[in-house]
Write a protein that binds this ligand. Structure first.
Ligand SMILES: *Cc1c(COP(=O)(O)O)cnc(C)c1O
Length: 237
């Protein structure tokens, strides 16, 4: 068995290329921020570790990452329990089932994918305060999660009136194979719309491995990046 020290020094070696991919993505973020006339320090990178083993989260923590994202409750629960020594800020980015919302709020400091009143009620019923992003659906397909543009203000008003909820901003996933820049421009519009109801909800959670540059150019403050940093996921996700 390897002791903790050996495990620590070997973490990078267990995930070849991890440090290199991370620094490449970090330099691409810097570059996009410069291009947008923004400061990279104003942009938070959440490394999405779904389907990846807890050891990778540990390796990322050793590389200085403190914000991790998960999208499946059962998997997240296991990792959070095993990695409680790391001081990670957990973000939940996947679709939230009403029945699981309360439990998710017990470990996730930030829930990015809130799109329903029932989920707000469940999250608001916990002891702690939870930060949320309201998810916007940029497609006509309800299965993709999120609210339609016109329903955002009403959901925001409900969120503001729910105790224990801190509304941070809007979240979206660009439609597959579409024009990411155009999609994120719509998200920027939605952010303005949200701020007319919730002036402090100025943040934007947008941008994944394939489109974080476009998201930064359109004002994203929170990037959710998986495979560009972690490498391919062990199974489809
Ligand atoms: C998986 C996932 C990501 C990260 O996707 P990558 O393409 O691996 O960067 C971001 N946001 C959500 C909602 C996800 O489910």
């Amino acid at each position: 068995m390897r002791g903790p020290a050996a495990a620590a020094s070997g973490a990078g070696a267990s995930f070849p290329g991890l440090a290199e991919r991370l620094s490449l993505v970090e330099s691409e973020i810097q570059e996009a921020a410069r291009e947008a006339g923004r400061h990279a320090e104003d942009i938070t990178t959440i490394v999405v570790t779904k389907f990846q083993p807890p050891g990778m989260v540990r390796a990322l923590a050793q590389l200085g990452i403190t914000n991790m994202g998960e999208s499946r409750h059962q998997e997240a629960l296991g990792k959070v329990a095993q990695l409680s020594d790391l001081g990670i800020t957990w973000h939940f980015v996947g679709q939230v089932q009403g029945k699981k919302a309360r439990q998710i709020a017990s470990y996730a400091r930030v829930i990015h994918s809130v799109d329903r009143v029932s989920v707000l009620d469940a999250i608001g019923s916990t002891e702690r305060s939870t930060s949320v992003f309201l998810q916007l659906n940029l497609t006509d397909d309800p299965a993709r999660g999120g609210v339609q543009f016109e329903d955002l203000p009403a959901l925001a008003e409900y969120a503001l009136s729910t105790p224990g909820i801190d509304v941070r901003g809007v979240m979206a996933v660009a439609p597959l194979g579409g024009d990411a820049r155009g999609a994120f421009a719509q998200v920027a519009q939605a952010s303005k719309r949200l701020q007319s109801v919730a002036p402090e909800a100025t943040e934007i959670s947008a941008g994944m491995s394939g489109d974080f540059r476009e998201a930064i150019l359109e004002g994203a403050t929170h990037l959710r990046i998986g495979t560009a940093i972690t490498g391919n996921r062990p199974s489809a996700g």
